[in-house]
Design a protein around this ligand. Sequence first.
Ligand SMILES: Nc1nc2c(ncn2[C@@H]2O[C@H](COP(=O)(O)OP(=O)(O)OP(=O)(O)O)[C@@H](O)[C@H]2O)c(=O)[nH]1
Ligand SMILES: [Mg+2]
Length: 298
Amino acid sequence: MFRSGFVAIVGRPNVGKSTLMNALLGQKVAITSPRVQTTRFRIRGILTVPEKGQVVFLDTPGFSKPMDKLGEYLTAEAQQALEEAEAFMLVVDGSQPAGSGDAWLSEQLKATGKYCLLLINKIDLIKDDEHRQKLKESYLHLFSGYDAFNFLTVSALTGKRLKEIPKLILKHLPESPAIYDEDDLTDQRMRDIAQEIIREKAMQFTEDELPHSIAVFIDKYDEADPACTRIYATVFVDQKSQKGMVIGKSGQMIKKIGQAARQDIETMLDGRVYLDLNVKVKENWRKDTQFLKSLGLQ
Ligand SMILES: Nc1nc2c(ncn2[C@@H]2O[C@H](COP(=O)(O)OP(=O)(O)OP(=O)(O)O)[C@@H](O)[C@H]2O)c(=O)[nH]1
Ligand SMILES: [Mg+2]
């Protein structure tokens, strides 16, 4: 029997949702970072298990209290996934006890009546068994009495116990032919992945509040030359003072971002890439509905 369906990966910001999806797919499809609000789109990651089924993971932005228009959009995006999905994976940070955000989210999930697999992540960070057990209990408590539930303690970083996930999930998906081509890994276009990779590098190398102020726009994605894909992109910051930080002393920072991004995009494309990066200021873009729309965040 072949089963297929959509499984939303939900949880608070920074718990490891995107890292987990990439690990399950065995390839980087979503960008990750040590900062909150890394994921801004719902990203589909497609896992086909030959003869058994196909799981379409929906990686979502983390659920948190919206502080601006971008925050509102992110929460709406995550909310939408609750409706679309046939089952859930709730990812939590198992190195910290359950908080009010996890409690609120578990209530939302239970209200759907759908199957939920709780993934207690980052257990590599806790060495003490007794402490680990206590942290685990704080999360299990949230689902006591809910039948459509299972849990695993995992590490998305080391891969611990991830192999068990597809089997557990597939049991709860409807009998159905594959939704996507069996060779597909994601529904994103390469130009969107390139945009995200540039943003990942810009977030990685810049400090303080800057990562949240960064948006990337692909101005031109030119595949005319089969030997080299030419990508022209603009990195936006939301304050004048930040422009210099992204460019860096005699252009060192933007060069570093560009080099790292180009390498990752070349690996994804398995071919040569020319990458041209521009830096511009778009004041308070996170509050600007029109600008968010132009980034595809609407
Ligand atoms: N030690 C440890 N770190 C992890 C693990 N999983 C993820 N991380 C780290 O946690 C940070 C956040 O990971 P992401 O995958 O970007 O988290 P996210 O939940 O997708 O975050 P948002 O998209 O902002 O909601 C990164 O620095 C990861 O390397 C894990 O199992 N163990
Ligand atoms: Mg993410």
